[in-house]
Design a protein around this ligand. Structure first.
Ligand code: UDP
Length: 334
């Protein structure tokens, strides 16, 4: 089986490529290295069955070359991070929508199945936990750039479902919740790599707001195989499926957990959202996936706990050094 992974030099894409190669499958990565990093695929270069192209998904000829050579497509290429979205909303919207359109169009032409990575951001400001795939969603106004990410991901989902209904595309939407693990950069503000690096460098660990907001964190080593099993599951085609972990924890409790595992001497401080993200930023409420559909489709049972995630991020950071970027108050948002 030959797998094309767009965005394969990203954090999740790199782990997915690694997992597939480990299963004896072949992998072609297509990535423009904008938010992805060569470091994520460097260990794979030279491995049997691994090929990569540096370029954009919107480059029609390149996409056609890669897509016609594969059996299935994992479309993971997307704009990452709320800071980028606020700074460059045009790029977010265009990258997310144009790339999906290009991939789905060619996947229909060549008859290749697609898994597209979406995001729990699609649930917007909903407060009705846990979030189910058929729930209503609530978004902020279009005058706030941060919502362009949720809207553009929702359009990707509409596109896949519509291509499936009307053009015969075989494909599934994986709505990813917080996914964490080794090699995730703290550069885009993701909370666990930030907290671990902060604790390792003596603190303080910076909790935004009161720390009451809750999240569920999945280990990327659970998520990557789940994506492959979803792709293998024909019953999933045409559907949206939540992917993640459903153990819920407040950000304050997370900070305490990181402190107790990584550095009991680190201080925990609270800083306002305004200080962290700038005036007018709207943080989201708590988030937890309803995983019934995922369990029913692939019998999903995550093997890694939150403590495993924290320990793995810590040991990776220790062996590779930090991301090389100072993690301080007001650093880039997620
Ligand atoms: N967060 C925090 N301190 C940080 C980075 C993030 O308190 O240094 C909070 C953030 O405001 C959010 C939660 O941690 O409520 C999860 O943030 P992340 O960016 O990892 O993911 P997302 O908000 O996309 O779920």
């Amino acid at each position: 089986m030959i797998n094309l992974i767009t965005g394969g030099a990203g954090f999740i894409g790199g782990h997915l490529a690694d997992y597939l190669l480990g299963q004896g499958q072949e992998v072609i990565v297509l990535d423009d290295l904008s938010t992805g990093s060569f470091d994520n695929i460097a260990p794979l270069v030279g491995r049997k069955g691994f090929t990569y192209y540096v370029g954009r998904v919107e480059d029609e000829a390149l996409l056609e070359r890669a897509l016609s050579a594969c059996d299935r497509v994992y479309h993971l290429a997307a704009a990452v991070g709320v800071r980028l979205i606020i700074d460059d909303p045009v790029r977010t919207i265009e990258t997310n929508i144009n790339a999906a359109q290009a991939v789905f169009g060619q996947a229909v032409k060549f008859g290749k199945p697609v898994l597209v990575a979406s995001s729990s951001e699609v649930y917007g400001k909903s407060e009705d936990l846990p979030f189910s795939e058929t729930d209503d969603v609530v978004y902020g106004p279009t005058s706030r750039a941060r919502w362009s990410y949720a809207y553009s991901k929702a359009i990707d989902e509409f596109l896949l479902i519509s291509y499936a209904r009307t053009k015969g595309l075989q494909g599934v939407v994986a709505r990813l919740f917080n996914t964490v693990g080794p090699r995730q950069t703290a550069l885009y503000g993701m909370v666990i790599p930030r907290f671990v690096e902060q604790a390792m460098s003596g603190g303080p660990i910076t909790v935004y707001g009161s720390g009451e907001k809750e999240r569920c964190f999945a280990h990327v080593l659970d998520v990557a195989p789940a994506l492959v099993r979803l792709m293998d599951c024909r019953r999933a085609y045409g559907q949206v499926v939540n992917v993640g972990n459903d153990d819920i924890i407040s950000i304050e409790a997370l900070a305490e957990r990181v402190r107790s595992l990584v550095n009991p001497d680190a201080e925990i401080t609270h800083i306002s959202y305004e200080e962290a993200y700038g005036a007018g930023f709207e943080d989201l409420g708590s988030r937890q996936p309803d995983l019934s559909r995922l369990r029913e489709l692939i019998g999903y049972a995550p093997a890694h706990s939150l403590d495993d995630i924290i320990r793995d991020v810590e040991s990776h950071t220790r062996t590779s050094g930090t991301t090389g970027h100072t993690v301080h108050d007001g650093a880039p948002g997620n």
